[in-house]
Design a binder for this molecule. Structure first.
Ligand SMILES: *Cc1c(COP(=O)(O)O)cnc(C)c1O
Length: 251
């Protein structure tokens, strides 16, 4: 996949000019039609590893509307890997919505788990079972939240020449924000906007960085560069207000 399509584009607005602010957008959304920007970054080295290890494919997890599942389906199709998507909700099927239809049309083998079973997606015991059932598949966590996902996202800002003072990013699993954090200079502030209500951004980032096995001295002090903006979840994951809708349209 070619990431050179992800240009840095300046946003021109009178308001910004008046306040002496320059605003840029890193257009990762231009990388691919299905694989929305950061989702591809998170998969890049996971896919590479799966191929290097001669895995038959990738097995991963996601909710009914997961962009990560679609991205995994598209990435695996492009790389001639098989893929299995474990979906939260055993009332669903591969026709239940556009996301799941897209996944299966790209060749993803969808399996539906009850919420109770899905809750065990980080449990080693369930992984062992899955490994026995699908021996030649590499297991990638929900949202691509692992070491390789972080390293892929580290490249987002590494490939630009612009000297940013502040970087803003939305946060789900924190993988993207962890990668950005590792890639920015000491003088840059990273603003994270969690999509979930009551989300402890810094603690979640710390946990993911720890779990992913990146040495603590590479990120411990950098966590002080993170500022969380919890007040912008607009009521919780997937929730929108009229204010938010009109802002999005206007922007
Ligand atoms: C998925 C997604 C996020 C969240 O990324 P995480 O790595 O899960 O924190 C942020 N922004 C956009 C546009 C996304 O699609």
């Amino acid at each position: 996949m070619d990431t050179s399509a992800s240009i840095v584009q300046e946003v021109i607005l009178e308001e910004l000019k008046e306040n002496n602010v320059r605003l840029f957008v890193k257009r990762d959304d231009l990388i691919h039609r299905y694989i929305s920007g950061n989702k591809w970054r998170k998969l890049k080295y996971n896919v590479e590893l799966a191929k290097q290890c001669n895995h038959q494919g990738i097995l991963t997890f996601g909710g009914a509307h997961s962009n990560h599942l679609v991205a995994t389906a598209a990435a695996c199709e492009a790389e001639n890997l098989k893929c299995i998507g474990l979906v939260r909700g055993d009332e669903l099927n591969s026709e239940s919505n556009e996301t799941l239809k897209d996944c299966s049309s790209m060749g993803m083998n969808l399996k539906f788990a009850s919420r109770e079973i899905y809750r065990q997606r980080y449990e080693r015991i369930w992984h062992e079972e899955l490994r026995r059932e699908f021996p030649n598949f590499m297991i990638v966590p929900e949202g691509g939240a692992n070491y390789y996902g972080i390293i892929g996202c580290q490249e987002i800002l590494k490939e630009t020449e612009v000297d940013f003072d502040h970087v803003f990013v939305a946060q789900g699993t924190t993988t993207t924000s962890c990668g950005l954090l590792l890639g920015i200079d000491q003088s840059v502030q990273l603003h994270v906007v969690p999509a979930l209500r009551g989300f402890d951004s810094i603690r979640e980032m710390k946990e993911l960085l720890e779990e992913s096995g990146i040495p603590e001295d590479e990120w411990h002090d950098k966590l002080y560069q993170v500022k969380a903006h919890e007040e912008y979840n607009f009521g919780g994951y997937g929730k929108v207000t009229d204010d938010l809708k009109s802002f999005v349209e206007e922007f």
